[in-house]
Design a protein around this ligand. Structure first.
Ligand SMILES: [Fe+2]
Ligand SMILES: [Fe+2]
Length: 246
């Protein structure tokens, strides 16, 4: 069998699987595109079962998925996080900062963009030092507030993205004040210093460069992320199986 036939068969298998399943989108996926108060669009469900596991359109995750499996099979291009982590490494930062750089945008890459620092911190909190989760949570906030003593300016890209008149919401001002006065401010600030404004699409960084740092600083659960009953296991499961009916 050649590649073309293999691809055709895979397409057919997928089409057959899809015919047997009802797959719906969570309200949050479509809220805004449609009014979330409206009833969901009707689907023909006759003779079909509602999906309660792996979505056949996605690459299958191993039974005991690791952090790197999520990077490879569920996150969008991670080059920005990898390049930030390498920059922190080259700048001589300690392993907590390097790990924070490697993980800091994982929510935007594979889960939810809005308040991505907060979501990412919750995702990783059971598995990393509290200081790492703190830095990831507050990097989103600190990016809006310059600190000349670290050589950190308000990003030009934010002016392009949000306009020159954009003002952070009051909750961000409060979070900034809290972080500014916290003993781990420096760690969170170092993350923003190494959080590359514009990454270079031609610089290649392999995940494996960080195998040892992750091994020493990320408590990979033996049951696999999502199946270890941690406070964020359900969030990893949702990334693994994003379209389960319940
Ligand atoms: Fe970010
Ligand atoms: Fe970032």
């Amino acid at each position: 069998m050649n590649d073309f036939h293999r691809a055709e068969m895979a397409d057919q298998e997928l089409a057959d699987a899809m015919d047997k399943l009802v797959i719906v989108k969570s309200a949050i996926y479509t809220s805004g595109e449609r009014d979330p108060r409206e009833p969901p669009p009707r689907q023909d469900t006759a003779g079909r079962l509602h999906l309660m596991g792996h979505d056949p359109r996605l690459p299958k995750m191993p039974d005991k998925p690791t952090l790197f499996d999520f990077f490879r099979l569920r996150f969008g291009p991670a080059i920005h996080m990898l390049q930030s982590a390498r920059l922190a490494l080259n700048n001589g930062c300690d392993e907590k900062v390097i790990l924070a750089c490697l993980l800091h945008d994982c929510s935007a890459a594979g889960f939810i963009r809005a308040d991505h620092g907060y979501w990412a911190a919750q995702l990783i909190a059971p598995y990393v030092d509290e200081e790492v989760a703190f830095a990831v949570r507050y990097h989103q906030v600190l990016r809006f507030y310059p600190d000349e003593s670290f050589g950190y300016k308000y990003p030009d890209s934010y002016i392009r993205l949000f306009g020159a008149d954009y003002k952070p919401e009051p909750y961000l001002d409060r979070a900034y004040e809290h972080c500014r006065n916290h003993r781990w401010y420096r760690t969170a600030r170092l993350l923003t210093v190494n959080d590359l404004y514009s990454f270079d699409p031609n610089v290649h960084v392999e995940l494996e460069e960080f195998t040892d740092i992750v091994g020493r600083n990320f408590r990979q659960p033996p049951e696999g992320l999502g199946f270890d009953d941690s406070p964020s296991a359900h969030m990893w499961r949702t990334i693994n199986w994003p379209t389960r009916y319940l």
